[in-house]
Design a protein around this ligand. Structure first.
Ligand code: NDP
Ligand code: MG
Length: 399
């Protein structure tokens, strides 16, 4: 990947990190990595949606003086609370997050906001020449072309946090792009990988949230149960590594120890392995290109370890097929897939639609929206909000 436009902090200095989504699952793992490597990393800014109480604890633990809350009412409450250290700047709204993401003195912005709310702050981080450590895959699905163009223009490094993409990043380092023939992302198969198909109609949110291997936020855990997550990740890989849709594949790997397989033109493959904890890819991205002992121990391959792989059954996981079709159709189809999925997953988690209706809502949205090549980001954002509106209407009809 390209060199950053602005050099990182001087040798020996700590890398200054802004963490968007600090109160979430990725946020928590990132805090563990930063706490473990205080000699190399310094947290200088944190943001969340509305959970200011947790944010105030983090601000005290890490002596952070710049905070943003997307919900302006939460920001006002936080300011009035007196819970933050004296002198803390509390920035409200999306504008606050965007200001934080471009704050002077930060070297890397880690975006781990659920969904696409982190798009504008991510673009601000790119425009100000900071490294972008990216967990929020939905941003690339919505606006991959524009994000990657902006990163190329400013010379920003995009360091993937999503475990599979971080794995690919590690495997392809030092290999020319032309030598790469295919990337295969592994999928655990989520909560329903072994359920009888006829039971899926009755699956509840609490069933879907029982992920066999990973502990993650609710939206991505449901996306893992439908395998929409792997579909989003195929599109994420396409943008991050400049691949054609036919070069991106998925396979079920139940142990979640191998995170990707990268196939080269000569038929050789490289894989990356690590325990199923996000501290590994987060640490890799934040210390890149350095390495240091991890927060958790590695897999011990001197003991018996089984690695199973099997093809994805698209009858069980039709969302992966929809995602692949959207990726191949290109244009705004990936944005439609993403927006409808976000609405449908929210409705499922809220008990307003059954599990199988997630697919129905997304399929309806894709069928309804004529595809086109968007001339600019604003055209994509218009499609995004229109799809959210109509998908909500579809959801309401389930009542
Ligand atoms: P969580 O639901 O655990 O956390 C979401 C975070 O986003 C919270 O800090 C939340 O703040 C914040 N947030 C929500 N809405 C807004 C908003 N409008 N503006 C600013 N912040 C907001 O999600 P995860 O940590 O699981 O996932 C985050 C991203 O990382 C997702 O895009 C996911 O796909 C990706 N990812 C996650 C993995 C994981 O292991 N969890 C693995 C790979 C990728 P608040 O607490 O105030 O609501
Ligand atoms: Mg992943």
């Amino acid at each position: 990947m390209d060199a950053p436009a602005h050099p990182p902090a001087a040798a020996g200095a700590r890398r200054r990190v802004v963490l968007l989504g600090a109160t979430g699952s990725i946020g928590g793992s990132a805090l563990r990595v930063i706490a473990r490597h205080r000699d190399r990393l310094e947290l200088v800014g944190i943001a969340a949606g509305s959970n200011w109480r947790r944010l105030s604890e983090i601000a005290r633990e890490h002596a952070v003086r710049s905070v943003a809350l997307c919900d302006p009412a939460a920001a006002a409450e936080a300011t009035a609370s007196g819970h933050f250290p004296a002198g803390t700047r509390i920035l409200p709204g999306l504008a606050g997050l965007t200001e934080l993401a471009s704050m002077p003195g930060a070297d890397v912005v880690l975006v781990a906001v659920v969904g696409t709310a982190g798009l504008e702050p991510a673009l601000a981080a790119i425009a100000s020449g900071k490294d972008l450590a990216l967990a929020s895959k939905e941003i690339l699905v919505l606006a991959g072309r524009f994000v990657m163009e902006a990163a190329r223009r400013s010379g920003t490094r995009i360091l993937p946090i999503d475990s599979e993409h971080n794995a690919v990043f590690q495997c392809i380092e030092g290999h020319p792009g032309a030598a790469l023939s295919r990337v295969i992302l592994t999928a655990s198969g989520g909560a329903f990988r072994d359920w009888p198909l006829e039971r899926l109609a009755h699956a509840t949110p609490s069933d879907a949230l029982k992920h066999p291997n990973w502990s993650m936020g609710p939206k991505i855990t449901v996306d893992s149960a439908t395998l929409a997550n792997k579909g989003l990740e195929l599109m994420e890989a396409q943008w991050l590594f400049d691949l054609r849709p036919s070069q991106c594949a998925a396979v079920i790997h139940t142990q979640s120890l191998v995170h990707c397989l990268v196939e080269f033109t000569d038929g050789s493959m490289l894989a990356q392995l690590a325990p199923s904890s996000m501290t590994f890819p987060i640490q890799h991205a934040l210390l890149y290109p350095g390495r240091a002992p991890g927060v958790e121990p590695p897999v011990d391959f001197t003991r018996t370890v089984n690695l199973d792989f099997r093809p994805v059954d698209e009858a069980r996981f039709p969302m992966l097929r929809l995602a692949r079709e959207a990726m191949e159709a290109a244009g705004v189809a990936p944005a439609v897939f993403n927006a409808a999925n976000e609405v449908a997953v929210g409705a499922f988690l809220g008990g307003r639609i059954p599990f199988l209706a997630i697919h129905a809502v997304v399929a309806q949205s894709l069928a309804r929206n004529a595809n086109f090549e968007p001339p600019g980001l604003s055209a994509v954002l218009e499609v995004d909000s229109e799809v959210r509106r109509t998908a909500l209407e579809d959801v309401a009809r389930f009542k």
